[in-house]
Structure formats: structure tokens, C-alpha cells
Design a protein around this ligand. Structure first.
Ligand code: SF4
Length: 481
């Protein structure tokens, strides 16, 4: 299905529309209030941006420092150049562990694991993977991918979850949130206890100490990383920060931008595996897999700024397009404004470049981004690369732009185009509004009406008004003399 067909389907899905409408207004207000309550918010954001730029500018140095620090604390570091390498490394770790008897893997939320298709690879090898973040658990039961990088199941309503749990957990149908949550908790507790392998993502890896920071709101991240015998952490190579002091700055903006909280329910700082056998918790082994999968190529490209992203999701929540179509319409692991840059940057302009068209370029994404990423400019670059790679845009666009350029550069052309526009829209309009425009502009009227052009242009009215004022002034002057 093409992107435009997926958009049409999403717009016609009334259930999705209600779910999206209900969720986004709340998240926007919460984020605004949380940022307003942050002292010197602008300075903190500037500092956060500077930290990310510094990390990327000396990425090799910081990654090697991180590797050494993790190893010094008893962890094992692996480097994965591609998605296939990362999956292979995870499987090798699991299969090498002779004392791992359970085929069950407890997983905490990780967008990188979605990116590399880890679940499918593990399941193919006979393992059972259970997502333990509630939203991820819900979408996994539905056989879907997350529709948002933070609020995974934002496209669903409570009644959808009730139907799902009735079918999969045998829960008598109820819309009561505590009952639904308790049912999921009961099912997942069993997973935490039985699983020998825990897999998580990493929000930030701290180079100076080898600390892996995991930010969650449900405590499942902590259980996945401390109860199983082996913890495997997947980290995109760009997620390194130089120092613990830098991490503190990043945490100040992350939760506020993502969920409007000062800090999330659980901020886990994991530094190495269990040190002594008698320590009450922690894995016997900690493996950190540093995933490249195209990132080093992006680092040297025009889209390098996208690597500053800390996956807070604020740009998705504010985007007028994402708010209407949701994440699944993008059919990419990373949806929304930043997804429309990251997906083509990592996956190619031919396949994902058209996603950049789903933007009004209003700039709201850049405005809310805690690290001030210039997403609109990158969207334009993606659009242009997509056109170049796919051999051009619609056939009518070239002549139409030439006509437009002629009209805008010559006064008679401009006047003629206005006259034609006025005539055309007045012929098509009813009560001042055109309900359906013909041809390519018809996309505009698919979801809203187009105003008929005014009988008189602003310029004509301005000249008229000036003439009247001048006349009045002359009469006044005459009266005075
Ligand atoms: S681009 Fe900015 S706002 Fe969007 S997810 Fe990344 S950090 Fe957050």
C-alpha cells in the first residue's frame, strides 16, 4: 500500500482519530507546563545540544572510552556494524550460555531492537520473546509495531485493550484501567521470574564511567536488567554522552519533553554486572552491543544532525500531520517528523524518502525539540534526495512550477493568474467555499474546503481606499480654506 493510501486509511479510521485526539492535547500541555517549570530552560536546552554535538564530534573517542569503562567494570562490549551482526551477536550470547535453560527472553523497550528486527530473529531461533513495557506488550499481542517512539500504543483506546486482554489473557471484559493493568502485571511477573535472558535498550551510555542509563516509567526495565542471569543491552552508537554531569543535563530535558514529567518513574543507572556472588541482584553477565547500522554513514552526511536525537517523541506529539495520521501510516520503525529523516537516512531515500512529504514545514518540531534539531531543513534535503533518486516528481509539477514562477516574476502574469484564480474559484464555490478542487490541487479539498478568492484583491482595495482618503482630505482642506 502506498503512503498516500495509508494516510487515507488512517484519516478514515474513526477509532484511530478518537484515540489520537484524546492523547495529544494532554501530552502537549503537560510538556509545556513541565518546560515552563524548568529554571533557565533555554540555557539547559542549549547545554543539552552542546553535549550531543560534542559527543558526535568525537564519537570514536567517546565510544572507545565507554568500551574500556564497561570492560573495567566486568561487562563485555560487542560492535555490530549491521542489523544482521547485532542479531547474530545476541543469538551467540544466548546460545553460548550453557546454563541458560529457559527459552524465554524478557525484553524492555528498545527502538534499536525494532530497527534491527531482533524479535523475529530470536523467534526464528526458537526463543520466546516477551515485551515487558505495557505499551510494547499490547502491540506485541496485536502483532503490530509501535506507533510512537515513546507512547507505543498511543493509537489505541481503552476498549481496544479490553478486547485484546479478553482474547489473549482470558480476562472477563472490562474497561477498568487498574484491572487491565493488574492482568498485564500478573502475566509479566511470570516472565521476569522465568527468563534467563533480559534484553534492554540504552537511553544514554556514559563514556567516563561505563554507566548505562535506562529511563522507564514502569519498573520493567529494572526487572529485565537485574533479575535474569544475562543482561544484553542494545545501544545505537550515537547515544553516548561524555560524563555523568552531562547525563544529568540530558535527563533534565528528556522526561519533560517526552511525558511532561520532571523525571521518569525509574531512572536506572547500570554500571557493570553483579560484582560479587552474594550481591542480592544484578545479572551475572552484562553485554553491551554497540549498533552502527548506518549511523556512521549518516554522521558524514547532510542529515548528521538527526543523530542528536534523544528519542523523546516531543516532535511527534506536536506535529500536525502525525497527530492526524498516527505512526503506522509511516510504515517505518521511526515515525513522525524525526522519523521522516531517520528512516530514509538509515533505510534509503528510495524506500522512505516520500515520508518527508508529510510535513507542512511549520517548524513546530524544531521549536519543541529539546536539542533544537533543525528538522524542517533536513526534511527539505530528504525531499530533494528522494526526487533525485526516484527520477523526479509528478509530471505536472515541473510545468506548474514554471508557470508559477512566470506569474510571480511579471506584473501582467501575476494579475492574469489572480484574475484566473478568482474566476475559477468563484465558478466552483458555493457560499464562498470550494468543496472540491479539480486535478492535483484536489488533495487540498480531500479533508477541508478551499476559500474562493475575494472579488477584489488587497492591492485593488488598498488603491481604492487611498483614493477615497485622498478625496476626503482634499474636501477637508477646501472646507478649512
Ligand atoms: S527530534 Fe528532538 S523532539 Fe523529536 S524525538 Fe528527537 S529529540 Fe525529541
Amino acid at each position: 500500500m502506498s503512503f498516500s493510501s495509508r494516510i487515507t486509511t488512517a484519516l478514515a479510521d474513526s477509532n484511530l482519530q478518537v484515540a489520537l485526539d484524546g492523547n495529544f492535547e494532554r501530552s502537549r500541555t503537560q510538556r509545556m507546563n513541565a518546560m515552563a517549570a524548568l529554571p533557565n530552560a533555554d540555557l539547559v536546552r542549549d547545554r543539552a545540544r552542546a553535549i550531543r554535538i560534542e559527543a558526535l564530534s568525537r564519537l570514536d573517542t567517546y565510544l572507545l572510552q565507554l568500551e574500556a569503562a564497561v570492560q573495567a567494570r566486568g561487562g563485555v562490549v560487542h560492535w555490530a556494524a549491521t542489523a544482521a551482526d547485532a542479531n547474530r551477536i545476541v543469538l551467540e550470547i544466548v546460545q553460548r550460555k550453557g546454563d541458560v535453560t529457559s527459552p524465554l527472553v524478557a525484553k524492555s523497550k528498545s527502538m534499536v531492537s525494532e530497527e534491527i528486527g531482533l524479535n523475529a530473529a530470536l523467534e526464528k531461533a526458537g526463543l520466546r520473546v516477551v515485551e515487558t513495557d505495557l505499551g510494547e506488550y499490547i502491540v506485541q499481542l496485536r502483532g503490530e509495531r509501535p506507533s510512537h517512539i515513546v507512547a507505543t500504543a498511543i493509537h489505541l483506546r481503552r476498549s481496544d485493550v479490553a478486547t485484546l486482554f479478553e482474547k489473549h489473557l482470558g480476562l472477563p471484559r472490562t474497561d477498568d484501567i487498574p484491572t487491565l493493568t493488574a492482568a498485564a502485571r500478573k502475566a509479566l511477573r511470570e516472565v521476569f521470574v522465568k527468563a534467563d535472558i533480559g534484553i534492554s535498550g540504552v537511553n544514554f551510555g556514559v563514556a567516563e564511567s561505563g554507566t548505562l542509563c535506562l529511563v522507564t516509567n514502569e519498573g520493567n526495565g529494572r526487572l529485565c536488567t537485574t533479575l535474569p542471569k544475562v543482561h544484553i543491552a542494545l545501544m545505537g552508537i550515537e547515544r553516548v554522552v561524555p560524563t555523568l554531569a552531562d547525563l544529568e543535563i540530558m535527563l533534565r530535558v528528556l522526561a519533560r519533553s517526552a511525558t511532561g514529567q520532571k523525571i521518569t518513574g525509574y531512572t536506572n543507572l547500570l554500571t557493570g554486572p553483579r560484582r560479587r556472588r552474594d550481591e542480592p541482584d544484578g545479572p551475572d553477565e552484562l553485554h553491551l552491543i554497540l549498533v552502527d547500522n548506518g549511523r556512521s554513514r549518516v554522521l558524514g552526511s547532510e542529515l548528521a544532525e538527526s543523530l542528536l536525537c534523544i528519542r523523546c517523541g516531543a516532535c511527534l506529539n506536536i506535529c500536525p500531520v502525525y497527530r492526524e495520521i498516527g505512526g503506522h501510516a509511516y510504515d517505518a520503525v521511526y515515525p513522525g517528523p524525526i522519523g521522516a529523516v531517520v528512516a530514509p537516512a538509515l533505510g534509503g531515500f528510495t524506500e522512505f524518502g516520500e515520508l518527508a512529504g508529510a510535513s507542512s514545514l511549520c517548524g513546530a518540531c524544531q521549536e519543541v525539540c529539546p536539542v533544537r534539531i533543525d528538522i524542517p531543513t533536513m526534511l527539505l534535503k530528504v525531499r530533494s534526495a528522494h526526487v533525485e533518486e526516484t527520477g523526479g516528481d509528478a509530471a505536472w509539477l515541473g510545468p506548474a512550477m514554471k508557470l508559477w514562477s512566470f506569474a510571480m516574476r511579471s506584473l501582467p502574469g501575476y494579475r492574469l493568474s489572480l484574475w484566473l484564480g478568482r474566476l475559477g474559484t468563484r465558478l466552483l464555490a458555493r457560499n464562498g467555499w470550494v468543496r472540491r478542487l479539480p486535478g492535483p490541487p484536489g488533495g487540498w479539498t480531500q479533508s477541508r474546503d478551499f476559500p474562493a478568492l475575494a472579488r477584489k484583491s488587497f492591492r485593488a482595495r488598498f488603491v481604492e481606499r487611498q483614493t477615497t482618503d485622498d478625496r476626503r482630505q482634499t474636501m477637508d482642506d477646501k472646507r478649512k480654506t
